[in-house]
Design a protein around this ligand. Structure first.
Ligand code: ZN
Length: 287
C-alpha cells in the first residue's frame, strides 16, 4: 500500500456548507493546505460563476468535480427536456471552473413539476437515465467535459438515483461510451457502494476501461440516524477505507480523495476550521 499522501486530499464543499459560503471554503482550503475542492452548483451560483472560477484559480485548487448534474427522469417530455437543458448548463459551468468531471446523480422515479414522485416504473426510470446521459454526452464530449456517473446507495433509488451499483454504472458506460477516454466514467463514493459484494470486481472493471473519474470518502455510522445527513468522518464508522483505496489504486486510479460528509447533527455544527483539520488528520490515519 502506498503511504497516505496529504496532497491527495480534496474537500467536497458539502462538508462545511452549513458553516461557510464558498469563498470562505476556498480560503479555508488554502489555510489548511488542502489542494483539491469539489463545489456544488448552488454555492457557485450564490458566489457567481466568474468570481468562483477566479477564486479557484487564484487559490491553485484542483477541482475534482462539480456537483452535480443528473436528475434525468421526469413524468413528461417537457420535464425531461428542461432537465437536459439544466444539465447542459452544468457542463458549461464545470468547464468554466476547469473541473475534472461533472458528477451525475442520475435521478430516481419520475417526478412531476412540483417534485413529487408520481410513478412506480423503476425500469422506465432507468431507461430515461440511459437516454438522458446519452443525449447529454454529445454536448459534454464536444465541450470536452467528462461525465462521472455516481451510483447511490439503494435507499435513494426512489428519489435520487436509480443507478445503485458499480455493475449498473459499468453497464451504462459500456453501452454509451465503452472507454473512459470518450468522456463517460464513474465516481466511486464509499458511502454508497461499500456494502456491495461485487465492489472489488466493479472497481477492477471500471479501471480496466479507464473510467474511474473520482473517489469520494467518508464513513458509514452504526447506527445511521438519517438517510441523507448522517455521514461519518473517516475512522468513525465501519467502512474498510484502506482496503477500498487499495482496490482503487490497483485498478489504476491516481486521482484525489474527496471528503464528502453531510452531517446535520455533528460536523455541520462544529467550528469549520476544526472540521478541515480533522479531515486532514483522518485522511492520513484512516484511509
Ligand atoms: Zn459522492
Amino acid at each position: 500500500m502506498s503511504a497516505p499522501d496529504s496532497d491527495l486530499l480534496s474537500l467536497n464543499t458539502a462538508t462545511v456548507r452549513a458553516q461557510w459560503k464558498l469563498p470562505e471554503i476556498i480560503a479555508g482550503c488554502v489555510r489548511h493546505n488542502i489542494r483539491g475542492i469539489a463545489p456544488w452548483r448552488d454555492q457557485v451560483a450564490a458566489t457567481g460563476l466568474n468570481e468562483t472560477a477566479q477564486r479557484l484559480g487564484d487559490a491553485g485548487l484542483t477541482v475534482t468535480g462539480l456537483c452535480r448534474g443528473g436528475m434525468f427522469p421526469a413524468i413528461d417530455r417537457e420535464g425531461r427536456r428542461s432537465a437536459l437543458d439544466d444539465n447542459r448548463r452544468a457542463v458549461d459551468e464545470a468547464l468554466a471552473l476547469r473541473a475534472r468531471c461533472l458528477v451525475l446523480v442520475v435521478g430516481g422515479l419520475p417526478k412531476d413539476r412540483s417534485g413529487s414522485v408520481v410513478s412506480k416504473d423503476l425500469r422506465g426510470a432507468r431507461e430515461m437515465v440511459r437516454d438522458g446521459i446519452g443525449e447529454l454526452l454529445q454536448h459534454a464530449q464536444s465541450a470536452g467535459m467528462p461525465l462521472a456517473i455516481e451510483p447511490l446507495h439503494p435507499m435513494y433509488a426512489a428519489d435520487r438515483a436509480c443507478v445503485n451499483t458499480l455493475a449498473q454504472a459499468n453497464a451504462l458506460c459500456d453501452e454509451l461510451a465503452p472507454n473512459g477516454k470518450d468522456g463517460l466514467g464513474i465516481a466511486v463514493d464509499v458511502y454508497h457502494v461499500w456494502w456491495d459484494p461485487d465492489l472489488e470486481a466493479g472497481i477492477e472493471r471500471a479501471g480496466a476501461a479507464e473510467r474511474l473519474f473520482a473517489y469520494h470518502i467518508c464513513d458509514w455510522l452504526v447506527p445511521t440516524t438519517d438517510l441523507l445527513n448522517d455521514r461519518g468522518m473517516m475512522g468513525d464508522g465501519v467502512i474498510d477505507l484502506p482496503m477500498i483505496r487499495r482496490w482503487m489504486e490497483a485498478a489504476g486510479y491516481r486521482g484525489m480523495h474527496e471528503v464528502e460528509i453531510f452531517s446535520a447533527a455533528n460536523w455541520w455544527k462544529r467550528d469549520p476550521d476544526s472540521v478541515l483539520a480533522t479531515c486532514k488528520t483522518r485522511h492520513e490515519v484512516c484511509t
